[in-house]
Ligand binder design. Structure first.
Ligand SMILES: Cc1ncc(COP(=O)(O)O)c(C=O)c1O
Length: 281
């Protein structure tokens, strides 16, 4: 596999400029490349603000390689609460029990762990139902060593719900309501992933959305609703290179031969039917 780091850096820079024009920062999602440090460096050079991964071991690998940035854990497993507190400062969350465990270990280590609450907006992959959000937050605010720094959502992933003005404005409205009700400041409003490109291009108003978590569009240059290439992005950062052992044209294609045989049998059958019919009349 040949990986062109300059293409990854350039893709990141173009996306950072594109979304940055409306105040939207980027989390570079590193899970598809297992946190490969050289690739992550390229994302950082291109201007991502955070690196987000679903696996703690990938984050450990990046840290061990000397990458210093804000890491975000995308998939927060309750069994890993202790390690989560040790390894990352920010995680996406949608389960109270898990947050309680994180709070417990954060307390033991005298740390403040920051959480982004994921809200379910129809895609059914993850998140707290909007109707449960206020109750959920009320519970979290009773915990020490946990700070709610933002909310987010994930669409076009499981249930095929596209990001659009309705769901994005819905998320922004939640932010306004929660900030007012709980007198908190939500600084990260993470509106989605590489599927948010079409919405972003079409919308007149990004509302409170100020962050996107991007994997595929950085790495492969495409948005993920229609699979279209994002203008200006490189699609060949990853190329599988292999030696060609033999290359020639052959006129003997077994499939064609087989099709010819089938056709001949069919013709024969038709003729037989015809003869049979004739003899009947
Ligand atoms: C929670 C979350 N956000 C964002 C992403 C990035 O998605 P994409 O690669 O479509 O940009 C992923 C998946 O990789 C994810 O699991």
């Amino acid at each position: 596999m040949e990986i062109d780091l300059s293409k990854i850096r350039d893709n990141t820079r173009i996306l950072a400029d594109l979304y940055g024009a409306q105040g939207i920062s980027i989390m570079g999602v590193s899970k598809a490349v297992l946190g490969e440090p050289a690739i992550i460096e390229a994302m950082i050079q291109g201007g991502v603000k955070f690196i987000a991964d679903s696996r703690l071991e990938n984050i450990q690998k990046m840290k061990a390689a000397g990458i210093s940035t804000d890491f975000v854990l995308l998939r927060t497993a309750p069994s890993q609460a202790e390690l989560i507190v040790e390894i990352v400062d920010i995680s996406l969350n949608s389960e109270l029990e898990t947050i309680r465990k994180i709070a417990y270990y954060a307390g033991l280590n005298n740390k403040i762990h920051q959480i982004i609450l994921m809200v379910e907006l129809g895609d059914r992959r993850e998140g707290i139902l909007p109707c449960d959000l206020a109750k959920f937050i009320r519970e979290i605010l009773t915990l020490s060593h946990i700070k709610i720094v933002g909310i987010g959502c994930n669409l076009a992933c499981y249930g095929g719900i596209k990001p659009d003005d309705q769901n994005m404005h819905g998320l922004s409205e939640q932010v306004e309501l929660l900030e007012k009700e709980f007198q908190i400041n939500l600084s990260i409003i993470s509106g989605g992933n590489s599927a948010n490109y079409e919405w972003y291009k079409e919308t007149q108003d990004v509302g409170r959305i100020n962050n996107l978590r991007l994997g595929e569009s950085i790495l492969l240059g495409c948005e993920t609703v229609y699979g279209n290439v994002i203008p200006g992005l490189q699609t060949k950062a990853f190329q599988l290179v292999a030696e060609v052992i033999e290359s020639k044209k052959s006129h003997l294609c077994p499939l064609v031969k087989f099709a010819e045989m089938l056709l001949a049998t069919y013709q024969l059958f038709k003729i037989k039917v015809y003869i049979k019919d004739r003899s009947l009349h």
